[in-house]
Design a protein around this ligand. Structure first.
Ligand code: ADP
Ligand code: TRP
Length: 333
């Protein structure tokens, strides 16, 4: 039986947080035994925010180490660094010819970036979803494990693939869809009381896989709360709901039910609630945390993983590029 192909990546902008883990990497680990998987480090995408040469390599290494620490097995899965596969950039160029300014400007991620960094609205940022589509279509993947925030990018990848197919009257690219083992795509909230956990959301919002237990306890103890419920069984304000959502992810059903009941009876003590949440976060991240330093120290192993991954990824990418060039009409003399 032919296995379905899966592709996903994470930008190399630093350490992974538990949002990245529960939204994306946990699915990578589960999918690797069932599917034909390609997981990469999106270092080209990270150039949109202009890392310095001093930061670039360290950030790529960090993500590679954490992929391995989370349990992605380079024997069963192709793990590679995006810039090691130049075919991706070539496909990006072809897809750019059929990506329109209007649709790119409407992408929420682009509008957010423009708002956050009005001084760096570069063309790479605008065409970020085209490069992402190239990442996926280069292996003709159908399933893409990502968090909820990436859903619109997947829709754009389908648009670009379908447009290519229509233009050349060829059913070459299959449609890729966002995937999560939990039925809905995951959105892990942050600790600041407002929306999702993210690297760029400010200090203290994200809990990283590499954070020590002391750091996790401190961050969780500072999470935003309020002065407590004022009526029985009331709806929770966003900041409180976020902490309950986090507990739902890292704690047992019994623990969650206990604190839900306390909240509904107006008997909750946020200090105890946060202590429990922090301890459960520490326990769920422990296996990863313990392996990060050990793997990071093994340069020879990392080199071998990256080299082996690049070879396997290029084999698949070169086949696609050969076929795409033929479909477009390039011929050798
Ligand atoms: P960040 O927002 O911290 O910069 P990225 O945008 O690099 O993280 O996301 C990498 C992957 O992790 C994507 O698949 C994304 O959907 C997922 N992800 C990031 N933050 C969250 C979150 N808070 N909840 C669920 N998934 C997330
Ligand atoms: N845009 C994704 C993010 O911010 C990273 C990414 C780049 C990606 N290319 C991809 C994810 C291809 C899945 C498939 O996290």
């Amino acid at each position: 039986m032919i296995k379905e192909t899966v592709v996903s990546g994470i930008r190399s902008t630093g350490k992974l947080h538990i949002g990245n883990y529960y939204g994306a990497v946990k699915n990578f680990v589960q999918m690797q035994h069932e599917y034909n998987c390609y997981f990469f480090i999106a270092d080209l995408h990270s150039l949109t925010t202009h890392p310095t040469p001093q930061d670039l390599h360290g950030n790529i290494k960090q993500v590679l180490v954490e992929y391995l620490a989370c349990g992605i097995d380079p024997e069963t899965t192709t793990i590679y660094i995006q810039s090691d596969v130049p075919e991706v950039s070539e496909l990006y160029l072809y897809l750019n010819m059929n990506a329109y300014l209007g649709e790119l400007e409407r992408a929420t991620s682009f509008k957010d970036k423009v708002r956050a960094n009005p001084d760096n609205v570069n063309a790479g940022l605008l065409t970020y979803p085209v490069l992402m589509a190239a990442d996926i279509l280069i292996h003709r993947a159908t399933k893409v494990p990502v968090g909820k925030d990436q859903e619109q990018h997947l829709e754009m990848a389908r648009t670009f693939g379908n447009r290519f197919n229509r233009l050349y009257s060829n059913e070459y690219f299959p449609e890729p869809y966002a995937f999560s083992y939990s039925n809905n795509l995951v959105k892990v909230p942050g600790l600041d009381g407002k929306g999702k956990m993210g690297k760029s959301e400010g200090e203290g919002n994200a809990v990283y896989l590499s954070d020590s237990p002391e750091v996790i306890r401190k961050k969780v103890s500072r999470a935003v709360t309020d002065s407590g419920p004022t009526a029985e069984n009331q709806d929770k304000p966003e900041a409180i709901q976020n902490l309950f959502d986090l507990m739902k992810i890292v704690s047992s059903a019994d623990t969650l039910a206990h604190f839900e009941e306390q909240y509904n009876k107006m008997a909750i003590r946020y200090g105890d609630f946060k202590k429990q949440l922090a301890e459960d976060m520490i326990v769920t991240t422990a296996p990863m945390r313990e392996r990060i330093n050990e793997i990071a120290a093994d340069t020879a192993y990392l080199r071998q993983v990256a080299k082996h991954g690049a070879l396997k990824a290029r084999e698949s990418a070169q086949k696609t590029i050969r076929e795409v060039r033929e479909i477009i009409g390039f011929k050798s003399f």
